[in-house]
Design a protein around this ligand. Structure first.
Ligand code: ATP
Ligand code: MG
Length: 415
């Protein structure tokens, strides 16, 4: 017996409707916000992520599934969706189409992490990316799209918002951070010490308890924003407020990936344990250029589908109804079984969910099985029904029975 790899999950037949439900809601939101689907490969050249996600991130430093293919290329399974989306945008010349380009994706992602509740090695994301607009309206729209998605799923989360500024104001802020962290550096983790040199902002994202006690008192980025970043942030906040989207400004939010600028945000829940962030995103104005394109501003988010499912399960949210067979058609002997087969085939062609016996069960056992399946109707064909060209149709909800001609069956049950 070969087991499933650690940190991965099967989706079982009786659970898959939950996936369809969540993905369906994602598509509804994407539709309403005029976002078009993109699909990128499961693997990319490793360099896309080292350059695109950033080499001071946990994702690139510790979590990537990287291997050499038979042609000697370094390949990485995508740990997130944005870098691939940006590559797609650049490589296909989408910069010359009318802006903005508004895209969404639903994708698996792979990270070598310590598996625990809400943290897997293969997980799935619904994400959106909007390229080409630097206006704060776009930030607000993207945040509201995320918020609508969460509303549709019936989950309650808190929106935490921050601005991490642009390269200009961040330079000032990084200086202040370095001054602040310098005396504590000996007591902080090795990763933080590396980040101190390369990208001090990222120290705020450290999850080590020993480091958190220092990051808590660090200077706030919001006190260092330049005029442009400040008024952009004000614009985002006022649009959200006007639309009744509640948020709190949390200056500690810097996001796990290197490419962000200006607006960053997370939707957080306290109902699923330590891994509380169900959706995170932000603006990444420098990334397209960094990956070899023109200077094109962009903003997006990614929501973790497994975490959302966990949150929905923990809070009793609805996944809708799992579809049941509309009708089960039982035959008594070989001839009536053949008639049942033909009837089911006809109903299926019309899109009506029909089921028959595959296991040579007795009629009694077929009834029991049909009930287990949750079939709304059970049609029985015996000798007399067969010679009359009809079925004995039982409504499983109210128990009523009637004879229905073969040719009237579709109209009778699938109105
Ligand atoms: P975390 O703080 O949990 O490490 P992150 O900052 O690494 O999250 P992002 O890269 O922003 O996460 O990914 C967006 C979303 O994808 C997260 O908010 C989360 O819902 C989900 N996610 C990230 N990593 C995992 C994982 N290993 N397993 C399941 N879901 C994940
Ligand atoms: Mg992470």
């Amino acid at each position: 017996m070969i087991n499933i790899p650690k940190g991965t999950k099967d989706v079982l037949p009786a659970q898959s409707y939950k996936w369809s439900y969540i993905e369906g809601k994602a598509r509804e939101v994407a539709h309403a916000f005029n976002l078009l689907e993109i699909r990128t490969p499961t693997f990319e050249h490793t360099e896309l992520f080292t350059r695109g996600v950033g080499d001071t991130t946990d994702v690139v430093n510790k979590e990537m599934y990287t291997f050499e293919d038979k042609g000697g290329r370094s390949i990485t399974l995508k740990p997130e969706g944005t870098a691939g989306a940006v590559r797609l945008f650049i490589e296909n010349g989408l910069a010359s189409s009318p802006m903005p380009v508004k895209a969404f994706y639903i994708t698996p992602a792979f990270r070598y992490e310590r598996p625990q509740a809400g943290r897997l090695r293969e997980f799935h994301q619904f994400g959106i990316e909007v390229f080409g607009s630097k206006s704060y309206e776009t930030d607000a729209e993207v945040i509201i799209a995320a918020s609508s998605f969460l509303d549709k799923l019936g989950v309650k989360t808190k929106l935490e918002l921050n601005s991490i500024g642009c390269p200009i104001c961040r330079a000032e802020y990084n200086k202040a951070l370095k001054e602040y962290f310098k005396p504590h550096l000996d007591e902080m983790c090795e990763t933080c010490r590396t980040r101190f040199e390369k990208n001090p902002l990222r120290m705020l994202d450290c999850k080590e308890e020993g480091c958190k006690k220092f990051t808590a008192g660090a200077p706030k980025i919001t006190d260092y924003l330049c005029e442009e970043c400040n008024s952009h942030f004000d614009g985002v906040k006022s649009l959200l407020t006007a639309q009744g989207v509640e948020f709190t400004v949390n200056p500690r939010i810097v996001r796990g990936l290197d490419y962000y600028s200006k607006t960053v945000f997370e939707f957080v829940s306290d109902a699923i344990g330590a891994q509380g962030t169900v959706c995170g995103g932000g603006r990444y104005d420098g990334l397209v250029e960094q990956l070899g394109g023109n200077s094109v501003p962009a903003i997006g988010f990614a929501a973790g589908i497994e975490r959302l499912m966990l949150l929905m399960e923990n809070t009793g949210a609805s996944f809708g109804e799992e579809a049941k067979p509309r009708i089960y058609i039982a035959g008594m002997d070989e001839k009536s079984r053949a008639a049942a087969f033909g009837l089911a085939n006809g109903l299926r062609k019309a899109g009506c969910r029909a089921e028959i016996d595959h296991m040579n069960r007795s009629v009694k056992a077929q009834f029991k099985y049909a009930d287990k399946l949750g079939a709304e109707y059970v049609a029985v064909i015996g000798e007399s029904e067969l010679s009359n060209g009809e079925v004995n149709l039982k409504n499983m909800k109210d128990g009523t029975q009637e004879k229905v001609k073969f040719e009237n069956l579709l109209a009778r049950i699938c109105k």
